[in-house]
Ligand binder design. Sequence first.
Ligand code: N01
Length: 540
Amino acid sequence: MASHDKTQATSLDVVVIGAGFAGLYALYRFREDGFSTRAYEEGENVGGVWYWSRYPGARCDSESIYYNYTFSDELLQEWTWSSRYPEQPEILSYLNYMADKFDLRQDIQFKTRVTAAHFDNEHNRWQIYLNDDTSISAKYLITGVGCLSATNIPDFKGLDSFEGEWYHTGNWPHEKVKFDGKRVGVIGTGSSGVQSIPVIAQEASHLTVFQRTPQYAVPARNHAYDPNFIRQTKENYNEIKRKMYNSWGALPFVPHNRSALEDTPEERRKVYEDAWQKGGEGFAAATYNDLLFSEESNETASEFIRNKIRETVHDPEVAEKLLPTHYYATKRPILDTYYYETYNRDNVTLLDVKKDPVEEVTPSGVRTAEAEYDLDILVFATGYDGMTGPLFKIDIHGEDGTTLKEKWKDGAETRTYLGMTTAGFPNFFMITGPESPSVLANVPTAIEQHVNWIANCIQYLSDHEIEKIEAKEEAEEAWSEHCNEVAQATLFPKTESWYTGANIAGKPSGRFPIYLAGFPIYRQKCNEVAANGYEGFWMY
Ligand code: N01
């Protein structure tokens, strides 16, 4: 506790952790509502995940015209996206533009990590500890730490001995990493691997891909936006926004209102082929309405993609290694740009490390059970300790001193009320927390909905001179049960993924941590709780 002693005599209404999409909007909204607010951000600048993830080929997998804030008409009209799926620097520029437009930087302390937060029962306030050995007191603590900000670097024996360079995609250097003439290894074939592999392959002298689980990828078909399309979009943003807020994933897609099994094989092939040619997230979201519920329906989409892989990859043995077997979209669906085509290059080797596991990293490369691969650069595209990982990086103590990590027992027993609050942790709100739609909704929209709900709640508390709000245990238990029941009716829990925590060695896979009933139902439930005087909460 010595590092917590130099207490700063500063006191605020609200402390926000993070200055990415969530933290920036939270800071804006709470400040607009008249609450003294400060955000703390570990990075040197705004952006959150878009600040850290600078790996080659990094793009978003939601279309840019939807993957933005909708709270400000002015911002919607002023900002123009260049393309359907712009690269990371453009998204980072957008967040910088937003921060400047609303003059947010003056209330953000950069290069500062929140290490701990303790609820002070006597004064009903949070004491928040920073890595510069100071602390600050706030009535409300809001986390905007994202669901995917705790990087996962597998504990490979010998990594310290590696004499080349190594990087994780989620913590990429600001300077360009030069791959030309280098022997490069990429471990991991999720979204980050699938995006970076084709780009790295073009530069490296040789690329070795260490694949544990093959994935389904659908072409992104990125393209520059036509000025007319942009004009129409700007003219119609109100309607687009209405559709987003009323669709399952907070994106304006409407699936065919029928099961994949109601169509003949020929009709189905046409539906999938049209979606494949359009590319993008519509393949999962705008084809059939039961792909995530029926094993048989799911298999029709899975097999369609497997056939595309077989057609694309010239060497049948390599194609075979790339064929996924899990239910399509129960791991995060991936958009790609020439991913499968990359395996037709002479300078690319694909390894199946489920069959031939990585044994250790050596000074000169990677040794698997069967062979040794000499490498100059090793890229970990090995993902994140998702959902609870970013929260567990902060030592958060509730009203009886129990930490969030203890309460949730490393994720096995995650319990929240509405995915925003948890019993025993008063005046504490999580933006896109576990058991909310979070990463299975369009994230900026999910963030706006959460921040607006929390801001209205805090305003209510202020208006009614309430000092403390806390989820009731029975309300939390009911929400967690409901969240899990909804998930169990889908195919998601049948697949091991970062959603379930199965990607992290030793992390227990507990209840499914994402609310799957869809964004409109979720919004309605949140609104009902508020309309009923914050039903399910103790308020003092
Ligand atoms: O991480 P992942 P990611 N040995 O967990 C493998 C978002 N995102 O950074 O599947 C060998 O998906 C692991 O194998 P397996 C998006 O939500 C979005 O790619 O666990 N391999 C897997 O292949 C996404 O879903 C965008 O068997 C190991 C890979 O590493 C989420 O972030 C871009 C291993 C990790 O894949 C995470 O994506 C990037 C080991 N010990 C990210 N440990 C866009 O918007 C792990 N792996 C486009």
